[in-house]
Design a binder for this molecule. Sequence first.
Ligand SMILES: [Zn+2]
Length: 464
Amino acid sequence: MLFDASRTTSFLLALAAALGLASPPALAEDSAANAPGETAAKAILVAELAEDEDVEDIEQSEPLESTATEAEQEPDTDPDASEQAVREEPAQRVAPHIDLKEVVPEPAPSATVTRPEPEAGAEDETEAAPDTVQAAPEPEPEPEKASSFTLLGSEVMPGTSTRLAWSPGIQIAGLSQPTPVLVVNGVNAGPTLCLTGAVHGDELNGIEIIRRTVYDLNPEKLSGRVVGIPIVNLPGFQQASRYLPDRRDLNRHFPGSETGSLADRIAHSLFENIIRRCDMLVDIHTGSLKRTNLPQLRADMNNPDVARFTRGFDRMAVVHSSGSAGMLRTAAVDAGITTVTMEAGESHRIQEHQIEAGVNSLTSLMEKQGMISRMFVWGDPEPVYYDSDWIRANHGGILFSEVELGANVSEGEILGYVADPITNAQHPIRSTSKGRIIGMAVDQVVMAGFAAYHIGTEAEVPGE
Ligand SMILES: [Zn+2]
């Protein structure tokens, strides 16, 4: 456990440096201070086990409804919500253009400014940009030029990208550490796509998916804006923890409140300052507590806007889930922002295949939304839509799986065994339906009731 913790810490430090985060020394001090506190570590373990039993983060999908209820359609027609979503704040400064492909020279305490832009208008750069790969003139009609985009008090000019900082203001002011917010404002007008990662601080694949996606964008060729917040839960990330320092799950507190708990306040700050400025949001997660997920979207398929949105994601299974109260996805959809959750892989790990799948899918999405123009090659006729069920272990013991993630299984098929290491008893776990393994526990010690296999059963989207 200690070895793991120190390895994770050095990895996180490297990742923090790569993302241009401020003051890694504070992280090192933190870990050192915590190392002797074994009782604290024990308390955390107990808390995690207790919550694990609820499988409280795992969304159970219920069958797709053939007609969406009035309540579910309400967000789309709520004029207040959309008005709030486009509300502009006054800019305090113009954000410097930063080539996000360049390595940040060194983490500055303010984490905002790294390189001032040579005073050139966006239009001039289009003509003479020396570092654009190719600038073939488009025969299409002139696209509508973008306007500047004000976020977190900074004005991001069209055709520029920059790195801003968001701080929920809950820490000791002198020690507070802002979270980087990457903004690419395209030269041409278009929708605002937001990407959030590490709402659960130990879910790392999304951080890398956002880094690759955003750093690869050329503002000169972008229509619309992309806002990436690779590490929403920075305190959790630094501690390699899913939770906030107050042991709460941030993804149960959206849209938050200004006067509530720590989690409420962080959620509120993120939601009001950034999320409400988005037209579309992809919140990236992984499986929790030693479970892994096939790259997939969780989406409320009874919401027509969301259902349409899922068609833009190449090679993603789509699992219907209406979401629960307090989730970022649910709160954002309620505020009129078209939102899905993307799940990819396991927590605590960086998994190349999962990351590639996520980046590919976001690329296809931006292409589908008319934000970028690439020769995108679509995969097999996905997405495939699923309802889903969890199959639980009925005995405690050591779980050994016989199937792999993504496998197609039939009803009654043995998925794995739970072996009792003392009595030598072997208890098979069987599939309750015909479907595909869209999520599963990795081999581990389990207790009775542990959610071990997530089976997706193909479903039709209402109205199709
Ligand atoms: Zn998560």
